[in-house]
Design a protein around this ligand. Sequence first.
Ligand code: COA
Length: 370
Amino acid sequence: MATAHVVGWGKYIPTRVVTNDDLSHMVDTSDEWIRTRTGIAQRRLVADEQSTSDLAVEAAHRALEVAGFRPALVELIIVATVTADMPFPSTACLVQDAIGATHAAAFDLSAGCTGFIYALSVASDMIGAGSYTNALVIGAETLSRFTDWTDRETCVLFGDGAGAVFLQAKDLDGGVLSSVLGSDGSGAELLAVQAGGSKLPASEQTLADRMHFITMRGREVFRFAVGALPRATRDVLEKAHLDLDDVDLVIPHQANQRIIDAAARSLGLPAEKLYSNLEWYGNTSAASIPIALCEAVEQGLIQRDNLVVCVGFGAGLTWGATALRWTVRAPSAPMSRWETLLYSVQYRYASFRSRLLRALRAITAWWTKE
Ligand code: COA
């Protein structure tokens, strides 16, 4: 039976840097407080004209380029996000159109900061079942659009970004070995955006009450996280009949360095076995694990045959982990000029095709109206 293997990876981090000192001019906080309580030094925020799908498209491009795969042959796109461009259509459909994945099924998946783990699990199961031979799995967020920049307890934590992996079916040992997923909706209020859905539609009152922003009960989320991370890591290894000693690198959700350190202690692993980059990006929710995975590969920390555990927790409450055996080598050289040109032609064609289809629809509507 074929299993899902990661054959491409990519990330996109917006260029605008907001440091802790910048935040200390906006709310009553300090670089010292944020660093010692969270480990975060800065975060990246989107430009005014960017949205979640723009970040997702950039990460998808890079993942496909690393895999050397044509967008038109992608069969499945899952975007894990809690900050979709709009309630519907899905951000995944916008990505499908923008990259020219003309034969792909596409949908969004919402599981808070665990979204990427959920998406990876769903995609690898669909590949394992033989329904698809490849899948683009993306975690993308623009949390800055839902952050209350007057609330010091949350605004210091979050950032924007996107990461992606490209999965392919292979008759090879390794790839995605096991996944565990969990949820506990009794903790729904701990981390939420309360208004803007069917329960509390947008109104003058919800706006006045600032209910379209993220609210969080930080200490309770912290307590949940320090239990969930090690538990999910142990469970996913047990499911794959593997041991903690077999693990080469853990990619934890990047929420708070103290949570990562507590997980390392609880698992009895040295700190360097748990990858961390939240100092530079803050918590990017569903994007944090694929961004960290991508960076770890780029830094040579993940090599062929390594066992990697990706593990997350988040709003819902949700948690989950995936164990994967890495089976590919990172590209030894950047793309050639010829390859760069080939991809650029495909991206331009996708954009042209999208505009043409929209224009044809407008002409058809005009032609057929009474
Ligand atoms: N700057 C300065 N002081 C701050 C502050 C900030 N940005 N945010 C909170 N404080 C204050 C609090 O008001 C409190 O003051 P008080 O003692 O006078 O009431 C004090 O700092 C301590 O607050 P506390 O909540 O106990 O801090 P903490 O050590 O628990 O750290 C978090 C707060 C949010 C960093 C921590 O609870 C956390 O990381 N929780 C998990 C959050 C998370 O991961 N969310 C995403 C999940 S996917």
